[in-house]
Design a binder for this molecule. Structure first.
Ligand SMILES: C[S@@+](CC[C@H](N)C(=O)[O-])C[C@H]1O[C@@H](n2cnc3c(N)ncnc32)[C@H](O)[C@@H]1O
Length: 215
């Protein structure tokens, strides 16, 4: 079960980069929206957008969807992208599963990033975790063959759970093999949460899989 956030007072976001999921058509033509056929990348739970905006700025030949159901985070992400003049990004306020099912075509994503999702640390809360076998199964439908899935967390229990679960997924191959996870990935931008946890001495768990061609 996905835990929806408490009702948040919605500050209006009037950025041209912003899209409210509720206003989106089913499977919008992302190529038309971006004005090109570049590969499509999704970050789920983009927070304040530091990661997605950094990557979009680094890779102008790719299109980025920065997704979060947290309105203030969407606002900050839009402001950051506008401040830095990053155009190849759209910031979407929506719930991840709902957005993926309604607004994406199958086999359309080149890469999916999930950074430091809410850990739901108590044992009885674990069923609320976003990343589990059902969710990565759903993502496999929407990734292109050869498309990448990255998961990061500072929470050891969640990192180990996902790393072990992914090892049993037949539709993915482990890019980091023989390691199930690493504590560093070169060139991977650090998010606000990663930096916070690293400053407190926590290790980050990086998990990286690729959708198999016949998956
Ligand atoms: C702990 S924060 C991490 C933010 C950012 N990725 C980082 O590493 O700094 C988790 C984010 O995921 C968002 N989130 C959690 N579940 C979500 C869901 N089902 N759909 C969309 N966003 C979600 C939250 O609103 C929050 O902004």
């Amino acid at each position: 079960m996905v835990q929806l956030p408490a009702m948040e007072h919605l500050i209006t976001i009037d950025s041209p980069l912003f899209m409210a999921g509720a206003d989106l058509d089913e499977r919008p033509a992302w190529d038309m929206i971006f004005g090109n056929h570049n590969p499509l990348v999704l970050e789920i739970g983009c927070g304040i957008g530091d990661f997605a905006v950094a990557l979009a700025g680094r890779n102008p030949g790719w299109n980025y969807l920065a997704l979060d159901f947290y309105n203030k985070g969407c606002l900050k992400t839009c402001r950051r992208a506008e401040r830095l003049g990053v155009q190849n990004i759209r910031v979407i306020r929506d719930e991840a599963r709902s957005f993926i099912n309604r607004c994406l075509a199958k086999s359309s994503l080149q890469t999916v990033f999930i950074n430091c999702p809410d850990p739901w640390p108590k044992r009885r809360q674990r069923k609320r975790r976003l990343v589990n076998a059902a969710f990565v199964g759903l993502l496999a439908d929407y990734l292109l063959p050869g498309g990448d899935l990255y998961f990061t967390t500072d929470f050891a229990d969640y990192g180990l759970e996902v790393a072990r679960m992914m090892a049993g997924q037949e539709r993915y191959e482990n890019v980091l093999a023989p390691d199930l996870w690493r504590h560093d990935l070169a060139e991977y931008p650090r998010t606000k949460y990663m930096l916070k946890f690293m400053s407190e001495g926590s290790d980050i768990y990086f998990v990286h899989y690729r959708r198999t061609a016949d998956g």
